[in-house]
Write a protein that binds this ligand. Structure first.
Ligand code: FE
Ligand code: FE
Ligand code: ZN
Length: 303
């Protein structure tokens, strides 16, 4: 099983920080943003730090090809605004270059949002953008993430993903990232995940799945909301998520947790603790811990 979570990447410690954090959770992979997820301010990559991080990965059984980078969510390839579209294309090209420098081979991207335009126009803008970004024989595979369908989000149905994929010239440099919360919120019943997987295989191809985000959801099937919940605490439930993680067809695909940090109580926004060490433990044991949230609070309060 290849499992990890979202971790930090700081400007002064870069991947070294990410690896340290992943190890502290008992993970054998991780996902990071090269800067804040909400903005596009990025620092140069420091090669000494990268070398150190790669050495740490080797010593801790973290296979670098399973490590995932996530592009910030404010780039938007679906937009009709030429300046924003060009900015997004250039940013993603630079992000691919940063991944190359960091020796990271997987980059997750949200397809984009069709603001003030039709879905079809948005999808065509995404295709045009991707055809300007994707290069043959790239070391970095761009993974489009399945979305919840919040607002005007593109990529919330398999049909939309297939439409994008069918119109991409450089198919060898792209793949997909499934997100269980997004799938649930877009109307896919995770208790019938195998049916979805078969359909994905029929329309696209199962070996195009390069990453899976494992999240529970705060909202009901088809809610189009996109609010992640801790593993086993939401509407998808522990058993259904375990069946995704342990699906034999997805054995070699990295599973990444993006579940919310836990406060002292539900209203506490000040002291927040990462849930990942505990969630990874539960997943490894295949046993739901009904005291999950309290155990997390107690662990970090003692530190
Ligand atoms: Fe994402
Ligand atoms: Fe996600
Ligand atoms: Zn999400």
């Amino acid at each position: 099983m290849i499992i990890g979570s979202h971790v930090h990447f700081t400007s002064d410690e870069q991947l070294v920080k990410s690896v340290e954090e992943a190890i502290s959770y008992g993970a054998n992979t991780f996902m990071f943003y090269t800067g804040a997820p909400q903005n596009t301010i990025r620092k140069n990559i420091n090669n000494d730090l990268t070398k150190k991080a790669i050495q740490m990965m080797k010593e801790n059984n973290i296979e670098i090809d399973n490590v995932v980078c996530h592009a910030p969510y404010i780039v938007n390839l679906a937009t009709n605004d030429a300046d924003k579209h060009n900015f997004s294309i250039n940013f993603i090209k630079n992000e691919i270059n940063r991944c190359e420098e960091l020796k990271i081979t997987k980059l997750v991207l949200h397809p984009g949002s069709a603001v003030h335009i039709t879905k079809e126009e948005g999808l065509n803008n995404i295709i045009n953008g991707l055809n300007r970004i994707l290069k043959p024989n790239s070391n970095v595979i761009l993974l489009l993430e399945t979305m919840a369908g919040k607002g005007n989000e593109c990529g919330s149905t398999l049909e939309e993903m297939k439409y994008i994929y069918d119109n991409i010239k450089c198919k060898e440099s792209m793949g997909f990232c499934l997100d269980t919360c997004h799938l649930n919120d877009s109307g896919i019943d995770i208790s019938k995940f195998d049916e979805y997987l078969n359909l994905f295989d029929e329309l696209i191809s199962i070996d195009k799945i390069g990453c899976i985000h494992i999240n529970d959801s705060k909202n009901a099937l088809l809610s189009h909301k996109d609010r992640h919940e801790n593993i086993g605490c939401g509407t998808i439930g522990f058993e259904n998520l375990i069946n995704v993680v342990y699906n034999s067809k997805l054995k070699n695909v990295p599973k990444i947790l993006e579940t919310p940090y836990v406060g002292k109580n539900d209203n506490d926004k000040e002291r927040l603790f990462p849930p990942y060490k505990y969630e990874i433990e539960m997943i490894k044991n295949k046993e739901y811990n009904p005291n999950l949230l309290n155990d997390i609070r107690n662990f970090y309060n003692k530190c």
